[in-house]
Each structure stands twice: as C-alpha cells, then as structure tokens.
Design a protein around this ligand. Structure first.
Ligand SMILES: *Cc1c(COP(=O)(O)O)cnc(C)c1O
Length: 378
C-alpha cells in the first residue's frame, strides 16, 4: 500500500509538509487563547482562496456535514428550495432539503453537460419564489463543472440565496465568492486542498446569516446548527472541541496553496492534456461539455470489467483510480487530477498504468495514452 499512487477524485495524495503538520504538538483548543487566533488565521487563508470577506467556518467532519449544516440551518418546514440537478451530487441535495421539511422543486438538466444557462433563465422567469437554491459546482462522479458565475448571477437577479457544493472544485479552479455573490459555498479538506478527510469549511454571506438568524423555529440539530458559529471568536467559544491536528494540516496545505502561483494554470494544462489523450484514443469522455479541470470521467469500454481493471491497476501498477457512483458505478472510470495529484509525472504514471492494464485485458486504446499525454503537455 505504501507506494500506491492515489489518483482518485478525493481523497487525494497528501504532501509530506501536510502529513508532518498533523504530528505537531497540540494544545487544548477550547482553553488556549492562541488557538482562537490560529483558527482565525486559517479562516483568513481560506478567505483568500475563496476571494471573500464573508465569515469562514471550519467544521470537524467530512464535506457532507457542510451540505447538511447549510440545509439544517436555512430550512424551516415548508420553505421553498430549488435544487439544480445535473448530476449525482446535485440530485441528492434534494434528500437533505427533504429531510428538513423543505418544499423541494428539482430541475433536472442533462447529466452529460454543464447546466444550460438559457434553459435555467427561462425556468426562473416562470418560477422564482425560492428561499434558496442548491447547486453543485463540480459534479465529481461525472467530471462536469458548472458555470458558477452565470448561475449565481441569475439567482441573485431573483433574490434567491445560493448554497453551492464546491467540494471538488475549491482550490483547483478560480472562484470569486464576493464578486459572484455566493451566499454559502462548501468545501472539504480531501479534494483539491489535499488534506486528509476530516474537515468541511464554508463561507457564509450576511444575507445567509440573516436567513439563518431570522428563522422562527429552532434548528433541528446541534452539530449542524450554524447559529452556534457566529460569535466564536468574540466569546472564545466553539460548539465542540476542534480537530486541532486536522486544522494544522489544513493550515500547512493552505500555505502551500497560497504561494503556488501556477496552481490554476497547472490544473488547466494537465486536465486539457488528459482529455485530449482520451479524445485521441478509443476511449470516450463522458462529458459533452463543461469539462472539469479537477476530474476526468471516461466510459469503461465494453468488455472491460471494472473489478479486474482495478485489480490490475492497483496490484500490478500501483496506481489507484476510481469508478463512479450511483447509476454510473462501474460504467465510468475517473481520474482525479486535483491538488497534490495534479503533477505531470503523476498523470504520466497513471495513464501508463491505465494503458497497460487495458491492453492486458485485450482492449486496444488506439494510441499510447501516456505518450500522447506527454506530447500534449509540450
Ligand atoms: C467528495 C464530495 C463530497 C463529499 O462527499 P464524500 O463522497 O463523502 O466524500 C460532496 N460533494 C462533492 C461534489 C464531492 O465531490
């Protein structure tokens, strides 16, 4: 397991600096005043990543905790919530909204393309009385990224708050929370920031705070209650003990991120070369447009059994990639080229392993995937 290259779309590879940060001596995060300043400092680094002055909260728990907290804290029974659905995660946002008693309207768009802005505009012109809308920035299971700037501009036109799951995009693509007027944007530690799983974070706009505070009924949850996170710094109080070692790791990853001036360019170039290699091969990309710079999904060719391919990839070639989720499980292969995974050498190794594994299973990719990739990088 030690030299297995983890090229999945989260969790991603973790750098030595981040791993070492996790082993630092800890303090008592509830009692040590310095911890509150440290936490504030980490929040301000996330503000720089997100380009926002909004409050940033870091919670102990995986990305799903952020999604659920936003729903739990915003929704009162009967509230109208719009769920924009062009993928597995987009679809299942409706389950959280349902769970907290929302009156859910789900608009389904093609799962092979980014959300069609004109179609969304037409639909919103007809119906727009929603308290908030949920949407997924990057649909990790299918490798599709939505145009967040255009979608949030439309939502803002109708005064609909936005709750954006950007778990697999934050850190890998440029995001302008304040400029685009995003109310709540949610991230996770284990995707493009390349910290082990364990943390979720979000930024919360003034309008979102007002909605959370003006609700008439109590939030049906404690761990998921954002109301408890408003004055943590002034009161030197967290609703629960913070996962200090995880936050040390996040801090180290953010330091690395903030000095990496080429990070978006690298994601763009590597993603483009990976896509191009597949396009020139006998494999088919799943997406028709809206290709994400953080993850690529290709169809598993007819006659190839995912379990066999995965076994060859991991045991013979020491590279782990992923299948997909839900109805795409065992139909799509996914390579996560985000965060620490996003280096030319790692993609070369991955595509070479894939190329050779496919050949061993009697599928001819048509070209040498790894060679084509390198040529495309030049
Ligand atoms: C990874 C991810 C999450 C968190 O979900 P897990 O599957 O539990 O890791 C949420 N949303 C998106 C879009 C993700 O990629």
């Amino acid at each position: 397991m030690s030299d297995l290259l983890i090229m999945t779309p989260g969790p991603t590879e973790v750098s030595e600096e981040v791993r070492m940060a996790m082993s630092r001596k800890i303090t008592n995060p509830d009692l040590d005043p310095e911890f509150f300043d440290f936490y504030l400092d980490v929040s301000s680094k996330l503000q720089q990543v997100l380009k926002t002055k909004n409050d940033v909260i870091i919670m102990s728990g995986e990305g799903i905790l952020g999604l659920e907290s936003a729903c739990a804290s915003l929704i009162e029974p009967g509230d109208k919530v719009l769920v924009l659905d062009n993928g597995i995660f987009g679809h299942s946002f409706a389950d959280f909204a349902d769970l907290y008693g929302a009156d859910v309207t789900r608009w389904e768009f093609s799962y092979q393309a980014e959300i069609d802005i004109e179609l969304l505009e037409q639909k919103l012109a007809e119906k727009n009385d929603f308290k908030f809308a949920t949407l997924v920035h990057c649909e990790t299971p299918t490798g599709i990224i939505n145009n967040l700037a255009d979608i949030t501009a439309l939502l803002n036109k109708y005064n609909i708050l936005s709750v954006v799951d950007s778990v697999s995009a934050i850190g890998g693509v440029p995001i302008e929370v304040d400029k685009w007027g995003i109310d709540i944007i949610l991230g996770g530690s284990q995707k493009c920031l390349s910290v082990p799983p364990g943390l979720t974070f979000m930024s919360v706009s003034d309008a979102a705070w007002t909605a959370v505070n003006q609700r008439k009924t109590a939030v049906r949850g404690y761990y998921t209650n954002l109301q408890l996170w408003q004055n943590w710094y002034e009161e030197k109080y967290f609703p629960y003990t913070q996962a200090i070692s995880d936050i040390y790791a996040l801090d180290a990853a953010l330091d690395k991120w903030l000095i990496d001036k080429d990070i978006f360019k690298r994601h763009q170039n590597i993603a483009a070369a990976v896509r191009k290699s597949f396009q020139l091969s006998n494999l088919n990309l799943f997406a028709q447009n809206g290709y994400s710079d953080t993850v690529t999904a290709v169809e598993i060719p007819a006659g190839i059994n995912y379990a066999e391919l995965n076994q060859l990839m991991t045991e013979t070639h020491n590279v782990m990639i992923a299948s997909s989720l839900g109805k795409y499980e065992e139909k799509l292969l996914r390579i996560g080229h985000m965060g620490e995974n996003c280096y030319e050498g790692k993609l070369y190794r991955t595509l070479k392993a894939l190329d050779q594994s496919l050949r061993e299973l009697n599928f001819d990719p048509g070209i040498k995937l790894h060679k084509t990739f390198i040529n495309e990088m030049l």
